[in-house]
Ligand binder design. Structure first.
Ligand SMILES: Cc1cc2nc3c(=O)[nH]c(=O)nc-3n(C[C@H](O)[C@H](O)[C@H](O)COP(=O)(O)OP(=O)(O)OC[C@H]3O[C@@H](n4cnc5c(N)ncnc54)[C@H](O)[C@@H]3O)c2cc1C
Length: 465
């Protein structure tokens, strides 16, 4: 079925993905009379992934870092948002194939982002969820909280030791943030609320194959981050390649760590859609793009963000960062406008604003050129930048209030344990009415209002666990 849009003489630009890249293409093209823009995303919201670990660690609620795309783009009269999954693209006939039909385009922008990569061991995902979606953050939160709850009542020392062991695979910014947050939780939360858990019993490991944490930072800052994590009780295993993950822990060569919770922060790969179209990709599945971010040989197809492989003059490529995606999105939008004016496109030039990683309260590292900061100054900058890039004033205020409250009370937000939602008729039919009531209560999902707002999306598209 061809989804028919009557655009008269207007050019139709289709954007796939409403992340940092796609959203900024849409904003650049917004309210231009000569074009009609259709943005398709499998979710109806934009997700601020850099703060996703805070949802996983119960510091923020999902609704504070996810915003309905429709609301974000409502002021642009020429932009329409469709919730749907793009399956593939026919670049010769200029057709996008979606799960709700086919859409013709004049120019296509692909910004589908990345997904987790288990290096050929997809079976590990069940035991070690990655952190890329709200559903995954909720699942990580559930696993961590469940581990504490089970350890609190366990009488078996071996089982308790396992439950109180957390392994994070991967020592990049996400692995460091997760490990630091669990370390802080132990320090500020467990001793206060759990009477049968001694925080000293808790073991947190970061296992990574590289010789140092945060290898994209200078060795000086990497060492400072390592020290800060060790102060929070995190043990860092470097040059350690994880060889197996199962329901009871991880194996590193001949060594085994029994662990109740294993989290994956080791590798990402671009979404596979590029391969289905037949475009050239790099080893990580990213589509190789020209200097104007178009696909070589297909001037009407642009790719941006984590899905694009943009070569630098020094032989490297741009990393998967929000700032790269945001700037690439802006550049693609401007080049589409230049096309319409019959002017020459401009090559994309990345303005490197540096990199940051946070470890915990008052503790972060930040680097820009020769400027290297750590501790409180870096943490204040980290806070400022993240608040600034949140998408609305309301969300900035909400997050600031949550952080302020947590900072001064040493408390965290929603530490409730969610159960997986199950559709009631699928449950076994209980014999007695009294039992039926218990069964409903037992399987009810405890959600706060922001989780409820997003629940429809989780159930439909993201529930992979
Ligand atoms: C936990 C975590 C922490 C991070 N921390 C930082 C940080 O501190 N600083 C930093 O700079 N970067 C950070 N990043 C990286 C940053 O978030 C990404 O580089 C950025 O989100 C990439 O933007 P994008 O637009 O390319 O993709 P995304 O933001 O991933 O958006 C892709 C969009 O495409 C949609 N989509 C995908 N496939 C389809 C399809 N087939 N059909 C329809 N829609 C589709 C998705 O639903 C999504 O909305 C972090 C990432 C993660 C996961």
């Amino acid at each position: 079925m061809l989804v028919n849009f009557q655009f008269c003489l207007m050019k139709h630009i289709v954007i796939v993905g409403g992340g940092f890249a796609g959203l900024n293409v849409a904003k650049e093209l917004g309210n231009r009379k000569e074009i009609k823009v259709t943005l398709i995303d499998k979710n109806n919201f934009h997700l601020f992934q850099p703060l996703l670990y805070q949802v996983a660690m119960a510091a923020l609620n999902a609704g504070e870092i996810a915003y309905p795309l429709r609301m974000m783009l409502s002021k642009y009269k020429n932009v329409t948002v469709f919730k749907g999954v793009v399956k593939t693209v026919d670049p010769y006939n200029k057709i996008v194939y979606t799960d709700f039909g086919e859409i013709e385009y004049d120019s296509l922008v692909m910004t589908c982002g990345a997904k987790h990569h288990y290096f050929g061991h997809n079976e590990w995902e069940e035991f070690a969820p990655g952190l890329k979606t709200i559903a995954q953050a909720a699942e990580i939160r559930r696993r961590v909280m469940e581990a504490y709850e089970n350890a609190e009542r366990s009488q078996d020392p071996e089982e308790k030791r396992k439950l109180l062991t957390f392994v994070i695979v991967g020592g990049g910014p996400t692995g460091v943030e997760l490990a630091g947050s669990i370390g802080e939780m132990n320090r500020y939360y467990l001793s206060k609320y759990f009477k049968n858990i001694d925080p000293k019993e808790i073991r947190i490991f970061i296992a990574q194959s590289a010789p140092a944490l945060l290898h994209t930072f200078s060795s000086e800052l990497s060492a400072k981050a390592t020290l800060a994590l060790e102060k929070l009780g995190v043990q860092i295993l470097t040059c350690c390649k994880v060889t197996n993950i199962d329901a009871n822990g991880v194996e590193i060569g001949h060594e085994r760590i029994e662990a109740g919770t294993v989290l994956w922060a080791a590798g990402v790969r671009a979404t596979s859609i590029g391969k289905t179209i037949g475009f050239s990709t790099d080893q990580s599945g990213r589509i190789i793009v020209a200097e104007d971010l178009s696909v070589p040989g297909y001037p009407d197809v642009f790719v941006g963000g984590d899905q694009a492989c943009f070569a630098l003059q020094d032989g490297g490529t741009l990393p998967g960062l929000a700032s790269v995606a945001l700037q690439e999105g802006q550049s693609i939008g401007r080049n589409i406008l230049l096309d319409l004016q019959g002017k020459r496109r401009k090559p994309f030039v990345y303005n490197d604003k540096g990199q940051m990683a946070t470890i915990g309260k008052n503790s972060a590292i930040a680097e820009r050129g020769n400027v290297k900061l750590s501790g409180l100054p870096a943490w204040i900058i980290w806070l400022g930048v993240h608040i600034y890039y949140l998408s609305s004033v309301k969300h900035r205020l909400f997050v600031l209030m949550q952080w302020g409250w947590s900072y001064f009370t040493f408390g965290h937000g929603a530490r409730i344990v969610n159960k997986e939602w199950r559709f009631y008729p699928n449950l076994p039919e209980p014999a007695e009415p009294a039992e039926k009531e218990e069964l409903i209560a037992d399987n009810a999902c405890v959600l706060d209002s922001s989780d409820l707002a997003l629940k429809g999306n989780l159930d439909n598209s993201e529930k992979s666990f």
